[in-house]
Ligand binder design. Sequence first.
Ligand SMILES: Cc1cc2nc3c(=O)[nH]c(=O)nc-3n(C[C@H](O)[C@H](O)[C@H](O)COP(=O)(O)O)c2cc1C
Length: 251
Amino acid sequence: MVVFFSGTGNSEYCARYIAKLIGDEAVNSARYIRNKQIAQLSSEKPWVFVTPTYAWKIPRVFASFLRQSSLTGNKNAYFVMTCGGSIGGAAGGLLDICKEKGMRFRGVKQIVMPENLITMFKAPEKDEARQIVDKASPVIAQCAETILSGRSFEKPKYGFLSFLQSEVSNPFFYKAAVKADKFYATDACVGCGTCAEKCVMGNITMKNGRPEWGNNCTQCMACIGCCPKQAVEYGKATKGKTRYHCRSFEG
Ligand SMILES: Cc1cc2nc3c(=O)[nH]c(=O)nc-3n(C[C@H](O)[C@H](O)[C@H](O)COP(=O)(O)O)c2cc1C
């Protein structure tokens, strides 16, 4: 079973692609996370967990989801992490999760996809985004081929920098940046509710036709990336920046 977490569609795209190639089903963890439900899943085939990279680790919310879920059946766990540049030393944390769950860690594969963290960086324009995804296609296919063959993903080389990124910078990033306090809707908002519908945490409620953000944000960028009117901003950091969602380069 392929289980994914995705804010702006990159990991969903990879998960569904892999699921198709290995002839398995893809399950969206948001279904459970949004509703604060404990997942009870069973798979005869190996587990494939597909997720974005948040500060060189898997998102805390997805790590908690995996820890809390009942995952029975096959004991093999493959991880696929999409990222804008690097997953750093994320493997360490994944190994811990597998140990806790009594699963066999079959490695982690990094797939570079378009950057979505527009509160800090710039997302690529349409053409560049399409090129990045095209470049990722053979890597995704390679993942599927490795899983089908029963081999483990190749061991990536991690140095001291990767350790610093995942174990030292990650907690700082969470403390400083992972909150919803600066999100707001501009006058361009038409009250369509897409942001609330797409929020993987269920953290946005519509009040009098306007979105309001609660304090359970994981900064997945779905609200800002999916708004059809580009009416969501994060303080001044996102003003004038290209919005990104994996579907946006298709049309
Ligand atoms: C909160 C946050 C933190 C991120 N941290 C990293 C990072 O450490 N390294 C990296 O290469 N990309 C990072 N990114 C970029 C995403 O991992 C990347 O764009 C990913 O493919 C998005 O997946 P999604 O569309 O499925 O949500 C970060 C994005 C967000 C929103």
